[in-house]
Design a protein around this ligand. Structure first.
Ligand SMILES: [Zn+2]
Length: 359
């Protein structure tokens, strides 16, 4: 039985594109010049991902400002002083907040998908940002003339469209980025915030049929920015039993970076529901050391002791560069690690075939 393996999504942008983005922001180059740089980065990334032997690829999020903010890029009525996300190393990322309604995405994930589709025939996966992450854009004090209820309705409609358009366009599958799941437990130990996030995301997922939900997954991790995390100190046993209550099929979990893997596997086994599949991270994206295929194989063989093979896959712990300006990992290292994941997953497949023959 083939063991499925997929990336999370982002690949570090080439230096040329990084420079171009800065020059564009400063007004030194125009949209056309930036478009040429973006297109070149995209094509190069797609070819490089194909060369890793990956059965499913992404566009490397080359033209996304970040995994979370593409729907609001260029939006008017934004105030930069929104929710702050603190990372372990002391740096922060700050979300903006909206100052007026109605809430409409400036661009949808299918725009990225269609551009990538024109450059490759390989199966393509598309990441979208969760409704729960974007719910943080609504200010706590409210907006005159635009209630939280109206905002939530607009948000749910927009996220449904973000996913549905990709399904209609022939995406291999959609991954909802839900990095704030683990973070929410740090912000609210009572789990009330996590429960409200899951409820909100389920209100979107319930709009899809069972067949459609087979192509919908969720990624969660302790954050990965400038090689630092925001919530790695929260135990998986706090998160996973609730997380698998999401009405999605595929779950992409940070795992390689976990210290007590046996305990994670035990909680996973208890939490995963029939019909769901977990892709465990076998590549640590925060560590520049390139794993060996044998290490990846061994992680899979250990996991199979707990999770049936039909419900198991492999992935990377996170995207390699969720924010466009994060250059903490080189492209070469990212592609090398992905190649190792693909090779190591195949090694595990062969080892398991051999034991089956022996039995
Ligand atoms: Zn992540």
């Amino acid at each position: 039985m083939p063991i499925l393996t997929e990336s999370i999504g982002s690949i570090p942008r080439p230096a040329e594109l990084q420079e171009g983005l800065k020059a564009f922001a400063a007004g030194d180059i125009g949209a056309k010049e930036l478009e040429i740089l973006s297109r070149r980065a995209l094509l190069n990334t797609i070819r490089s991902l194909e060369e890793t032997g990956s059965p499913v690829i992404t566009d490397g999020e080359q033209t996304k400002p970040s995994f979370a903010t593409y729907p609001i890029q260029g939006m008017r009525h934004l105030d930069p002083n929104g929710v702050v996300i603190p990372f372990e190393d002391g740096h922060t990322r700050r979300l903006p907040r909206i100052t007026a309604g109605p809430f409409r995405y400036q661009m949808h994930a299918v725009d990225f998908f269609n551009t990538a589709r024109s450059l490759t025939t390989s199966p393509l996966k598309q990441a979208v940002i969760s409704a729960s992450a974007l719910s943080l854009l609504y200010p706590a004090e409210g907006i005159a003339g635009y209630s939280l209820e109206s905002f939530t309705q607009d948000l749910l409609d927009e996220q449904e469209k973000d996913i549905r358009d990709c399904l209609d366009a022939g995406v291999h599958n959609v991954q909802i980025d839900f990095t704030e799941a683990r973070l929410s437990l740090k912000l609210d130990g009572s789990k009330g915030l996590l429960r409200s996030f899951i409820d909100l995301n389920n209100r979107v997922l319930e709009r899809f049929t069972d067949a459609e939900r087979k192509k919908i997954g969720v990624h969660t991790c302790p954050g990965g920015d400038h090689d630092s995390t925001h919530s790695a100190d929260i135990e998986y046993s706090e998160l996973l039993p609730l997380l698998f209550g999401l009405k999605a099929t595929n779950f992409y979990l940070e795992y390689a970076g976990e210290k007590n893997k046996q305990e994670v596997l035990r909680v996973l086994k208890e939490s995963i529901l029939p019909g769901q599949r977990v892709f465990i991270g076998v590549i640590d994206v925060l560590n520049p050391r390139i794993e060996t295929p044998e290490e990846v194989r061994d992680l899979v063989l250990e996991a199979v002791e707990y999770i049936p093979l039909s419900q198991l896959g492999t992935t990377d712990d996170c995207g390699f560069s969720p924010f466009a300006d994060d250059t903490s990992t080189s492209r070469e290292i990212a592609f090398a690690k992905i190649r190792v994941r693909v090779e190591g997953t195949k090694l595990a497949e062969r080892a398991l075939e051999k034991t089956q023959v022996a039995v």
